[in-house]
Design a protein around this ligand. Structure first.
Ligand code: FES
Ligand SMILES: [Fe+2]
Length: 353
């Protein structure tokens, strides 16, 4: 698989999942990271490695009113910037080179974003997911882990032709195999539009719309931002009617590598045009949406994606694929990622020389 792009923003977790007073240890891009929220509400992230004897700091505890991590092994304390501030032993002298690497973090759009690279971070480059904080109802901010390289999950979302087979009944059917497929690039985004005309409504969408099983036009427009942030603008409308008269979901997906072969997958659905058949959307609706989406990812996508990873391992890490016409977005995204990783490598080589 490709190496990881480092100088970019990755989703670390949902903001709601980092509570004040808790230490959370997670691995991103093969690096162990410990995070905590200090008493001012600020999120701190640092390498999860004590410089003394390399104990995981996430096994320690928060002290000094939640401002310091105390290592569980011999009690050195570190502030949120990673600086060693207390040595409980002997003279109490703070040793040289005792600070821990810290990572820039930003909270935006109800998510914690982390910067794993060495270059200067630019928070304005965080992709726009403000729809997660707007007036539209949002389903459960959920997450899971998949035992596969993150690119397999990005590929899965870029080629939604798989919904006709893997998610048959819920998100597609044999009638939705044929689609008008179009790809466009806007700034650093790749957008793949799939429109299926006059097809039976997939059950997931029918419960959001008229609930009558009558034919619809069905769209799935996936918007990718590097390296693994996607919005699937998907929904149904009466045949020939504009999108605005239909309804659907903005499915948000955030893929962050844990290791070369495992991924943190954060997701939530934002209801679009939420009143169609005359009833307001209630929390029961949103719960049903969250459960169906989780079922599709966890029970249907996960098995295939983890199986792909096992086959790549079996082939010694080689990813030779046989492309189909439906892979146009996937191929474009791989090319963009290869170019960005190559550019990052050459910037690093220049600054080292
Ligand atoms: S390993 Fe952390 S204080 Fe010794
Ligand atoms: Fe899927």
């Amino acid at each position: 698989m490709m190496e990881f792009l480092r100088n970019t923003w990755y989703v670390a977790m949902w903001s709601q999942d980092l509570k004040a007073g808790e230490l959370v240890g997670r691995t991103y891009l093969n690096e162990p990271v410990v995070m905590f929220r200090d008493p001012d509400g600020r999120v701190n992230a640092m390498e999860d490695v004590c410089p003394h004897r390399l104990a995981p700091l996430s096994m320690g505890k928060l002290v000094c009113e939640g401002k310091h991590i105390r290592c569980a092994y011999h009690g050195l304390e570190f502030d949120g910037s990673g600086q060693c501030v207390v040595n409980p032993h002997a003279s109490g002298r703070i040793p040289k080179n005792s600070s821990v690497r810290s990572y820039p973090v930003v909270e935006k759009h109800s998510l914690i974003w982390i910067w794993m690279g060495d270059e200067q971070p630019d928070a304005s480059k965080i992709p726009d997911f403000s729809l997660l904080e707007g007036d539209l109802p949002v389903s459960k901010r959920d997450w899971m882990k998949m035992e596969a390289n993150y690119q397999f999950i990005v590929d899965n979302l870029l080629d939604l032709s798989h919904t006709a087979f893997l998610h048959e009944g819920i998100l597609g059917s044999k009638e939705t195999i044929k689609a008008d497929l179009k790809m466009e690039e806007v700034g650093d985004k790749v957008i793949v539009n799939r429109v299926m005309r006059n097809v039976p409504p997939p059950s997931f969408h029918d419960i959001l719309f008229m609930r009558d099983g009558k034919s619809v036009d069905y769209w799935s427009n996936i918007h990718w931002s590097p390296p693994g942030c996607l919005i699937n603008d998907t929904g149904i409308t009466r045949p020939g009617a504009p999108k605005e008269e239909g309804t659907g979901i903005f499915g948000t997906h955030f893929l962050t590598p844990e290791t070369d072969t495992s991924t943190w997958y954060h997701f939530a659905g934002v209801r679009q045009n939420p009143i169609v058949w005359g009833e307001p959307i209630d929390s029961e609706n949103m719960k049903q949406i969250a459960e169906l989406r989780r079922y599709a990812f966890e029970v249907q996508d996960k098995g295939i994606i983890e199986g792909q990873q096992r086959n790549v391992d079996y082939r010694g890490g080689k990813t030779k694929f046989m492309p189909l016409e439906t892979d146009l977005g996937t191929i474009r995204v791989w090319k963009i990622m290869e170019a960005r990783i190559a550019a990052e490598r050459s910037r690093a080589a220049q600054s080292a020389s």
